[in-house]
Design a binder for this molecule. Structure first.
Ligand code: PMV
Ligand code: MG
Length: 354
């Protein structure tokens, strides 16, 4: 029996801009995991999971047609991860066998609560990791990232893959997304074995030191949000308002680059300033695009944190899910969590996994 796991993630800074190759983001991996077990079987194989059961499908209408949207369905990431890892295994001469796959997730509760902690990325990485161990493929971290990124792209198609990077490399990372148009073209004529070893344009992942004087606090607003739908909306805004969008990209890049330096210098003042700055930059983007990133609940979360000396912002696509606060020694955590609770914001007992 093979067991493999991969962590969920949280965005610290650089959201939306990270979708453009060459822009940086800061992301952390968290101590909540997706675990995949694989057992050899004689005849048919199976995929089972307590949390993920394909008992409902979402669709939308395009004219008179019904279009199924698989992008928020974890099962499709599992299938895609198995498919690509097996393709790679075949390309290096492995014999295919049958097996049962079981998936267990800390990131999705059985009562259906969705925290937005990157379960689609974690499930993809954990599945690629498990299947590759099952076939004894000995993938490096870079190869694991690339296979998982392609498997994820084949389902969601519009993400930055920063969540995959956080899940593969762990800890605090600075991530620069790769050129997905290049990859799309290359995939048509390049063997997988070559794709996994070649450099991908613009891709960069750097580990950052954990800030010494800051503690990451996470608040859950209780309402789920679909990242892929928010990214679609922002792509529409980009197409309509190129200039405002490129100003946003520049502002975000400046801010996140300064923040990355703050991490390298272990300067908590710079990090906090840039968190507040990134919150403003995202607010401007939200105003210009009419996409509600900072919901009322996320605004309360941020303002309450700020009055407790903690820099705060939305995390990820926003529109619900979680917000983050970087607390200092001056932050009274008990008071802050009480304030959050009065506003229906639940502190999550989650730590960064290194
Ligand atoms: O909401 P999350 O945690 O899935 O983060 C989304 C971050 C975006 O930059 C908006 C999209 C992406 O793919 O990076
Ligand atoms: Mg989200």
């Amino acid at each position: 029996m093979i067991t493999a796991k991969a962590p969920g993630k949280l965005y610290i800074a650089g959201e939306y801009a990270i979708v453009e190759p060459g822009s940086p983001a800061i992301i952390v991996a968290i101590d909540q995991f997706v675990t995949v077990t694989i057992k050899k079987s004689k005849e048919t194989g199976s995929i089972s999971s307590k949390q993920y059961q394909e008992n409902s499908l979402s669709w939308y209408r395009q004219g008179t047609k019904i279009i199924f949207d698989n992008r928020d369905n974890p099962f499709h990431y599992i299938l895609s991860a198995i498919h690509l890892t097996e393709l790679y295994a075949q390309s290096i001469g492995k014999q295919m066998v049958n097996y049962h796959v079981n998936i267990d997730s800390d990131l999705d509760s059985t009562d259906g609560k969705k925290y937005g902690l990157g379960s689609s990325a974690a499930v993809t990485v954990a599945t690629v990791r498990a299947v590759s161990q099952f076939y004894n493929l000995k993938l490096t971290d870079n190869a694991l990232f690339k296979l998982s990124a392609m498997a994820h792209l084949d389902v969601q198609g519009n993400g930055s893959l920063g969540d995959i990077a956080a899940s593969v490399y762990g800890g605090w990372i600075a991530y620069y997304s790769f050129d997905r148009d290049w990859l799309k073209i290359m995939r048509k004529g390049t063997p997988l074995t070559e794709l996994l070893t070649m450099d991908w344009p613009m891709l960069s992942v750097q580990r950052l030191p954990q800030p010494k004087d800051l503690e990451l606090l996470i608040g859950w607003t209780g309402s789920p949000a679909s990242t892929s739908i928010f990214v679609d909306k922002m792509a529409l805004f980009k197409a309509k308002q190129k200039k405002t969008y490129s100003e946003f990209l520049e502002d975000s890049k400046k801010c996140v680059t300064a923040m990355i330096n703050g991490f390298k210098l272990n300067n908590s003042i710079i990090i906090q300033q840039e968190i507040t700055n990134n919150r403003m930059i995202l607010q401007q983007l939200a105003d210009a695009s009419q996409v509600i990133i900072e919901t009322e609940s996320l605004t309360s979360l941020c303002n309450l944190s700020e009055s407790q000396h903690a820099a705060a912002k939305t995390s990820g696509a926003g529109g619900g899910d979680c917000g983050i606060a970087l607390a200092t020694s001056e932050t009274n955590r008990t008071e802050l969590f009480k304030d959050w609770a009065q506003n229906d914001i639940q502190p999550l007992n989650i730590k960064v996994t290194l």
